[in-house]
Design a protein around this ligand. Structure first.
Ligand SMILES: CC(C)(COP(=O)(O)OP(=O)(O)OC[C@H]1O[C@@H](n2cnc3c(N)ncnc32)[C@H](O)[C@@H]1OP(=O)(O)O)[C@@H](O)C(=O)NCCC(=O)NCCS
Length: 173
């Protein structure tokens, strides 16, 4: 059965829920994320509130009732010559909610949002992360390379597949 999940953009008032889920993600799947648990644990809540209010950057959350059970982030490159590109980051679904297309819906929301602001979205995914790779490929992301030893967790190195998704030129406001 498809669970009743609502997806919406997070805002500053979601900072604590975001922080809790983000730390769960970093603790449970350290090889899937560029950030470490320790780095994010040290972030002041105010910094998270600011990040959640930095349009057009955005984090989309999947809610089961009032509970945040998944999320996916989008960030635009800062530098002038790269502002036509964005990055998909921080895709995570709580283990008990996986397998119901929550991840797919979250990434699709990022794509829909990104299409209003950039002409390309980049992503990086662990080479052995079948779930995330399948999700991204199904939504149109194309692999363009492999970064060897992209991440190091303890003594283990992880290779990542690099992906891009072309988007139509956004209309001028
Ligand atoms: C990757 C992740 C977000 C997927 O979330 P999810 O809600 O279970 O994914 P979905 O249900 O939307 O699945 C999307 C597709 O991938 C497939 N898939 C999902 N997990 C899979 C797995 N472990 N192995 C193989 N296929 C998988 C699904 O069958 C589905 O394919 P379909 O559309 O053909 O049916 C989730 O497993 C997760 O949070 N993993 C840990 C963190 C992580 O790896 N994040 C990605 C960082 S790049």
């Amino acid at each position: 059965m498809t669970p009743d999940i609502q997806i919406r953009a997070l805002d500053a008032s979601d900072a604590q829920a975001f922080r809790t889920l983000r730390l769960e993600a970093l603790a449970g799947s350290p090889e899937a994320f560029g950030a470490s648990y320790e780095e994010d644990e040290a972030l002041p809540l105010e910094t998270i509130r600011t990040r959640l209010s930095s349009h057009p950057n955005a984090v989309f959350g999947a809610f089961a009732g009032d509970t945040l059970v998944g999320m996916a982030g989008f960030a635009v490159y800062d530098r002038v010559k790269a502002r036509h590109k964005g990055v998909l980051w921080g895709v995570y679904v709580k283990p008990e909610w996986r397998g119901h297309h929550v991840g797919k819906r979250l990434v699709q929301r990022v794509i829909d949002h990104a299409a209003r602001h950039v002409i390309m979205v980049e992503a990086a995914v662990g080479l052995t992360n079948d779930g995330a790779r399948r999700t991204y490929h199904a939504l149109g992301f194309q692999p363009y390379g492999i970064q060897r030893k992209a991440l190091r967790v303890g003594d283990t190195f992880y290779d990542e597949e690099l992906l891009f998704l072309d988007l139509p030129q956004p209309a001028e406001d």
